[in-house]
Design a protein around this ligand. Structure first.
Ligand code: CA
Ligand code: CA
Ligand code: CA
Ligand code: CA
Length: 886
């Protein structure tokens, strides 16, 4: 399962401070169910504003004068209460304005035995539409009469579905905020046609490929030569155009009848997840807000030499579009898209992800994770689907792409951008999981990316990492045509070996332990299509992937304010892994301000990866829960020796590291064709050409795996050693045993990496077996499989006994546990408590005044009736008297 960055609940608080996520229900409760501003039912009509006015207008009698006084009093109370509750409304508006993230949708995931026929029948019986099977036995339902967005779940629909004997599990889907990675504001510079090409010309480009497409001359990133483009033309010249390779764009649709794409359009690689049909045509609006997918598709496979618009990198490839961003995105929507036709589609290109606001930590949920796992293990006949991902556009907000579980995943080939002049673009995010770079937009004055556009048009102003991922997908398609047997890992190996620093300028280029240049902004550098097809052609598939885990003891390490903690882990054995691929540091830590932390990992060969840089915007108190920070910087190195973790705490608050685990992926024998480690290809060795310098030369770790070192020393004690704690805190918490974790796994998936069932007394969590469910999860029995699993708490709870907001057992620091009844305990954000008190006071005041008003009214009425009655009696008496007198 979420081996690799399953949805961190940190993300579920996205856009809102932790605890602050202010359960919308809490707000409703705070309002006492009656909001004067929204016409709630709690107030008697007489005390609502309209009621007051009409009462005042009609008040003429003595009785109504009394009523008028009390109504005025009530009105005054209401005004006072309204004036004192703006903070409540502001907090609430914050919540509700938040794009529906976390709200319940009208979609369900239903696990059903008996196949599609049974699912159809059950759906019809309970008023659902069956949108089809995502995985075997897992169906995507939607209920037309349930609100598309609601703060409240619809448990009675769960109950109805679960009453069916064939239904094993029913889960209402929640909305996830996902953003496209380009920019709506036009920068203009790329809009105009340019006749002249920028940049020097290489020898090769003296005989350039010439196309008659009107924008071909503007496609600088494909044709400017001089080692300053992505070397696509020589690949084309060798005949590689992506023929036979299928790419799909997961986005907001595809204008499939665009004359520059229609020839390569592949309906089998297309689907409309938003409208549940086979036609991915985008929805047109005044802003053309759904042009993103079409633009991305054009970069991959716009037809060449047809006198129309642009040229795709893989203009011979088939291209499809999945319309999935033009509507509420749920885990089911993502899973549906990522698992579309995996035996037909080779490459999935995604230029979107969680908000790049610099404070979000979010990743794929349960189903999307399953889609990735099934994709890499079963897609393309077992060679694995290739997921190309845009690394993110949060540069301005100092976001870190390692906090994005999609790009941080080992299953995605993460691509960053470089500008025309080789600079780090202003939107770029730096992180250690980025594998390579393609060109994209930059500052005003720097050119942008040319591609097709909506309404059968053409654009020269596609921007952001959005533009980079499809270029990478196109280049991967060329490599895949050169060798159809490449696995998903082969493709990453080839990118690592062939990407080159080119003109990319960054002050963090470094040379890793096997002599390759690597940077957090650019990964291994600019992708080189020609080098990729050449290497792909003769590539022998890499040996099986192995993984080992080395855990630190379960002990808390304090990270005091303005200090750093340095920890070391000695890896003596890592079964099956002698040559590293991806490395994950799975970290749980608590912090009062997550953005103050920086985390670095240094490999035994001395390669230092920044797992997390400071994120000034991230004020979350959520910390990280088993977040698998990933690095590709140690690719090819050996895992043995001392790994060092540094955590810097720049803030004013104490942090606590609660869990730390190193997960090392790699191969037993050396991958590549001919001892690549000892002679890395020239394209990415430590180049110092001209006056440009890359990295710092330092000796490559020459030691080969030493048999002696491959043996666990049983008495080594803790593999962890605390080297230094800055400032205070001399006390080092006791370190205990436990070095290499034993898995406790009863059955694994076909790739032997992800556990499917654990031994008794162990709980399945993210593909591994845990003795105790981690923070923010609770132990339960999966109703479908009857397997013991850990499951996420409601995002407002720190600890819980069930999935709902009323099943919290402990809260985060900025929330308070609030017991409604013996069975219901909520976590209410402290920041909202004064507002809730105010609202409660207001409600009480209104009730008291209402009662007083009604009583007064009754008394006055009685008084009037009494006076009137007495008057009549005395008149009758007078009449009687008069008649007697007469
Ligand atoms: Ca459609
Ligand atoms: Ca064209
Ligand atoms: Ca990001
Ligand atoms: Ca990745």
């Amino acid at each position: 399962m979420a081996q690799d960055g399953g949805g961190q609940d940190g993300g579920r608080q996205e856009g809102l401070p932790r605890g602050g996520p202010a359960r919308p229900e809490a707000v409703a409760a705070a309002r006492g169910g009656g909001d004067p501003l929204r016409g709630g039912p709690a107030l008697p009509a007489a005390v609502t504003t309209g009621g007051c006015v009409s009462a005042l207008r009609t008040g003429a009698t003595a009785a109504s004068m009394a009523l008028r006084t009390c109504v005025l009093l009530a009105l005054l109370a209401q005004c006072l209460a309204a004036a004192s509750s703006p903070s409540l409304r502001a907090a609430e508006d914050n919540l509700l304005a938040d794009s529906g993230h976390g709200h319940f949708s009208s979609q369900w995931i239903v696990h059903i035995d008996g196949g599609p026929a049974a699912a159809d029948e059950i759906a019809a019986r309970h008023g659902f539409d069956n949108h089809g099977e995502i995985f075997e036995g897992v169906f995507h339902f939607e209920h037309k009469r349930v609100a598309k967005r609601s703060v409240d779940p619809s448990p009675h629909h769960d109950t109805r579905l679960l009453s069916e004997p064939n239904v094993k599990r029913a889960l209402q889907q929640r909305i996830r905020r996902r953003v496209k990675r380009d920019f709506l504001e036009e920068q203009g510079s790329g809009r105009t046609e340019r006749a002249a090409r920028g940049g020097p010309r290489s020898e090769r480009s003296k005989t350039p490929v010439m196309f008659n497409d009107p924008r071909w001359l503007q496609m600088w990133y494909l044709n400017r030569g001089g080692g300053l483009d992505m070397n696509v033309q020589p690949a084309w010249e060798e005949g590689y155009t992506g023929r036979g390779v299928v790419v799909t764009i997961l986005d907001d649709g595809l204008e499939k009848d665009h004359p520059d794409i229609s020839r390569n359009y592949d309906p089998q690689a297309s689907y409309d997840v938003n409208s549940h049909d086979d036609d991915p045509m985008p929805r047109y609006d005044m802003l053309d807000s759904n042009r993103h997918g079409t633009r991305c598709a054009g970069e991959v496979a716009a037809t060449a030499n047809n006198s129309i618009c642009a040229v795709g990198v893989a203009f011979g490839a088939s291209v499809g579009g999945v319309r999935m961003l033009d509507g509420d995105v749920t885990d089911a929507v993502e899973a549906r898209s990522l698992s579309l036709n995996p035996q037909h589609i080779d490459i999935y290109s995604a230029s979107w992800g969680p908000d790049d606001d610099g404070k979000t930590v979010d990743g794929p949920g349960e189903l999307a994770t399953r889609a990735f796992v099934e994709g890499i293990s079963r897609g393309r006949g077992g060679k694995g689907s290739i997921f190309v991902w845009a690394s993110g556009n949060g540069g301005r907000d100092m976001d870190n792409c390692n906090c994005d579980g999609y790009t941080n995943s080992i299953w995605t080939l993460s691509i960053s951008s470089a500008t025309e002049n080789g600079l780090v673009p202003w939107y770029s995010e730096a992180c250690s999981s980025t594998l390579a770079t393609t060109y994209s937009s930059g500052q005003t004055g720097e050119k942008q990316v040319v591609t097709i556009d909506l309404h059968h048009m053409c654009t020269s102003s596609h921007t952001g990492t959005s533009a980079s991922a499809p270029l990478a997908a196109g280049i991967c398609a060329l490599a895949l045509e050169a060798n159809r047997d490449l696995t998903w890992r082969d493709m990453q190996h080839i990118v690592v070996r062939t990407a080159r620093p080119a003109n990319l300028q960054s002050n963090d280029w470094a040379v890793n332990g096997v002599g390759r240049n690597v940077s957090h902004s650019f990964g291994y550098g600019l992708m080189d299509a020609h080098a990729m097809v050449q290497l792909a052609r003769s590539w022998k598939s890499v040996p099986d992937q192995h993984r080992c885990e080395v855990s630190a003891p379960h002990t808390d390490k304090l990270i005091p304010s303005k200090s750093q903690v340095v920890l070391q882990l000695h890896v003596k054995e890592c079964a099956g892994v002698n040559f590293l691929e991806h490395v994950q540091a799975k970290i749980s830590l608590a912090s009062s301000r997550r953005g103050d932390l920086q985390i670095h990992l240094t490999s035994p060969a001395g390669t230092r990866s920044t797992l997390l840089a400071r994120r000034p915007q991230d004020m979350s108190r959520g910390g990280f829960t088993a977040w698998p920070f990933m690095s590709v910087h140690t690719w090819g190195e050996q895992p043995f020796g001392t790994w060092q973790l540094e955590i810097h705490n720049e803030g004013r608050f104490l942090g606590t590291l609660t869990e730390w685990k190193l997960i090392l992926y790699g191969t037993e024998t050396e991958p590549g064709n001919d001892g690549d480690r000892k002679s890395p290809p020239s394209s990415n060795t430590n180049v110092n050409n001209g006056n440009r310098k890359y990295g710092v030369n330092r000796p490559v770790n020459q030691s080969s795996p030493n048999q002696d070192e491959n043996v666990v020393e049983p008495d080594i004690g803790s593999p962890w050693k605390e080297v230094h704690v800055g400032h205070t805190h001399n006390e080092v918490r006791g370190t205990t045993e436990d070095g290499i974790s034993s898995s406790g796994c009863l059955s694994q998936d076909s790739s032997h990496r992800y556990c499917l069932e654990c031994a008794p007394n162990l709980w399945l969590w993210q593909g591994q077996c845990e003795e105790k469910c981690p923070n923010r999860t609770y132990s339960t029995i999966d109703p479908a499989s009857h397997i013991s699993v850990c499951s996420w708490c409601h995002y407002s709870c720190k600890y819980c006994v069930g999935p709902n907001d009323y099943e919290c057992s402990a809260c985060f620091g900025d929330a308070t546990l609030y017991q409604m009844s013996t069975a219901e305990k909520f976590c209410y954000p402290k920041v909202l408590l004064p507002a809730m008190d105010t609202a409660a006071w207001y409600q009480k005041t209104v009730i008291v005044f209402s009662i007083v008003a009604v009583l007064l009214f009754v008394l006055i009425a009685l008084f009037i009736v009494n006076v009137f009655y007495n008057g009549r009696i005395s008149n009758q008496y007078k009449i009687v008297k008069t008649s007697e007198d007469s």
